[in-house]
Design a protein around this ligand. Sequence first.
Ligand code: HEC
Ligand code: HEC
Length: 335
Amino acid sequence: MKNSLAIIIGFLIVGSLFVGWKISQDLGPAETATAPQPQTESASKEIGFNPPSMEDVPDGPLGESIKYGHELVMETNTVADEYVGNNLSCASCHANGGTVMEEAPMVGLSAVYPEYRPREGEVYTLEDRINGCMIRSMNGKMFPTDSKEMRAMIAYLQYMSEGVPAGADLPWRAPKEPKQYPVPSVEDGEKLYAQSCASCHAADGSGTGTNTGPAVWGENSFNDGAGMSRMTKMAGYVQKNMPKGQGGTLSDQQAIDLAAFILSHDRPEFEGHEATGRKAGDRQTSWIRKNASKSKTVQSIGKQFSRLKIKTSRNPAPAFAGAGFAYNSPLYNVR
Ligand code: HEC
Ligand code: HEC
């Protein structure tokens, strides 16, 4: 009894000492708050792009999870085969696991999610965004939030966000409004594709390997609900990064021609279109095809995942001639 009383009193004394110390700590900076603080100001504005090396992952269960997350991101279609509906990995677009600044980087994301998006009127978590890419870009199923896979991806992305302060503005994140592109020519895109892209992505678009040249169309590519299936988004990505190793060499015209050519081919259809209020007829793939076939320029071969052979010098997008491509046209207003 006596002993425990002494312990309690001891705690109270130590506790009040701590509170006193804490108050003086809290008051300390307040006294100097008027002094200029250029250090913190600039630090929060210029965040460096420094993804940590996978070599430095700590040992133990957390480290194991981070490594598993890295494996999942690099080899999604084999490691998470039962969830993925095509031949892609996350790294097919988020190059080298999201560690390349120009290619859809995933560095710092744990610091910016959850995020409110006014257009959708929704707060998105990092899990939502991962699953968004799972059902669209990976043409697959969502990872349950409590699955080993989702935990590992979150652990990996958290690791990739090391040192990035919460709420930071990441300068390397994609701009919300894609830039305007000129009216595309599918035929020019077809020629350029054969010259500069087919060696890695195959003449029939089916690819040569998940991380060496992923499928750009056909049943093993992303579905038509994916961000990459927006013509301007793909043009932007291609212009920044392709041909691999020669990013920044294509003109606006070449980039949009390539995007139009690639997106004029069939790919899996996103099952959630109805839920998002988009009709099948609104798809840009079918739009390109419908308009092009009106001028008898496109031949459909086969049925479900038929390839389309483009044999025309006609502009595939006459309705937009001279208008430039606006982000908010119905053609692009798809995820
Ligand atoms: C076919 C290409 C493609 C594949 C494959 C893909 N993504 Fe994405 N992902 C994108 C694009 C494009 C965006 C940007 C969308 C936008 O601009 O709104 C994106 C955005 C994201 C974001 C949000 C990034 C941000 O800055 O807010 C996360 C997280 C993400 N992807 C995770 C994944 C994961 C995990 C996988 C694998 C399971 C994956 N993605 C597979 C193309 C892809
Ligand atoms: C030397 C091989 C190589 C060449 C040539 C090449 N790519 Fe790629 N491409 C890749 C690799 C590898 C990726 C996966 C992401 C990464 O690692 O950069 C990729 C990813 C892509 C993606 C996103 C993933 C997907 O499946 O849709 C598109 C779109 C794309 N390339 C288009 C093109 C276009 C258009 C050209 C021609 C201008 C081209 N690429 C030339 C290797 C290549």
